[in-house]
Design a protein around this ligand. Structure first.
Ligand SMILES: Nc1ncnc2c1ncn2[C@@H]1O[C@H](COP(=O)(O)OP(=O)(O)OP(=O)(O)O)[C@@H](O)[C@H]1O
Length: 231
């Protein structure tokens, strides 16, 4: 169980998250929804320790991680796939994947079997540079890098943004497999409500830095989507 308890989060003096309470259950997909600029990315960054300051508590099982540095949270099993993917263009595919392995708790520096199984294209092109890949391939690479940390929880920030429609379905299938077959806990920031409904067990809707409604995905009504997501 991952739990935010009355969390406020800041960039310098900008107060972005307000009194966020949220429980993310083990083995489930939790979709974080809301309009642009409502704090979804900041929620993930706060969990990774990438904002400047927080008040409140973040617990991973019984451990309070809210004041720990980012690398310790990564070692505790939380992996982050950022919006925009942040691939290192001049590093090869192999090097980009192995970057994730530095967060492994057991010190192994290897490409996991799971990555080979999920991403045959990457495995067949390990010496190509990350920068020459398409958006969809870079998204796969960013997920592979996260998996190289052998995480228990994976944070995905709009994984289908800017990706060709033909590849979107592939990425969606992989995300669902990571949860249903591999057993990873997933926090998915998503604008596509239809995918969120298919993939997620629970949802949290954000508005102006607050979680305004949350619950089982079956409780997400069209009226809520309209009220909190229509532009
Ligand atoms: N580094 C930063 N310094 C100051 N303010 C920031 C910073 N990053 C984001 N913000 C502000 O925090 C608020 C929430 O942004 P955030 O990116 O978390 O929203 P979001 O819901 O993920 O939106 P999007 O869908 O556009 O990514 C916005 O008002 C944004 O301008």
């Amino acid at each position: 169980m991952l739990a935010f308890s009355h969390v406020d989060s800041f960039y310098d003096r900008s107060h972005i998250l307000h009194d966020v309470c949220l429980e993310v259950r083990d083995g489930e997909v939790t979709a974080v929804l809301g309009r642009n600029g409502t704090g979804k990315t900041t929620l993930l960054k706060t969990l990774m320790g990438l904002t400047d300051r927080i008040d409140g508590q973040i617990r991973l099982n019984e451990r309070e991680i809210g004041k720990e540095p980012t690398f310790q949270r990564a070692r505790a099993g939380i992996a982050y796939v950022p919006q925009g993917r942040e691939i290192i263009p001049d590093f090869t595919i192999r090097e980009n994947i192995l970057m994730g392995s530095f967060a492994r708790h057991d010190g192994k520096r290897e490409i996991p079997e799971l990555v080979a199984e999920l991403f045959p294209y990457l495995m067949n092109n390990l010496t190509r540079n990350g920068g020459v890949l398409s958006g969809g391939q870079q998204q796969q690479l960013a997920i592979a890098r996260a998996l190289a940390a052998d995480p228990k929880v994976i944070l995905l920030d709009e994984p289908n943004e800017g990706i060709q429609p033909s590849i979107v379905e592939e990425i969606e299938k992989i995300i669902i497999r990571l949860n249903r077959e591999v057993g990873l806990t997933v926090i998915l920031v998503e604008q596509n409500v239809s995918f969120a409904r298919r993939a997620a067990h629970r949802f949290a809707m954000m508005e102006k830095g607050r979680v305004v409604v949350s619950g089982a995905i079956s409780e997400l009504t069209d009226e809520m989507v309209h009220r909190h997501m229509a532009v």
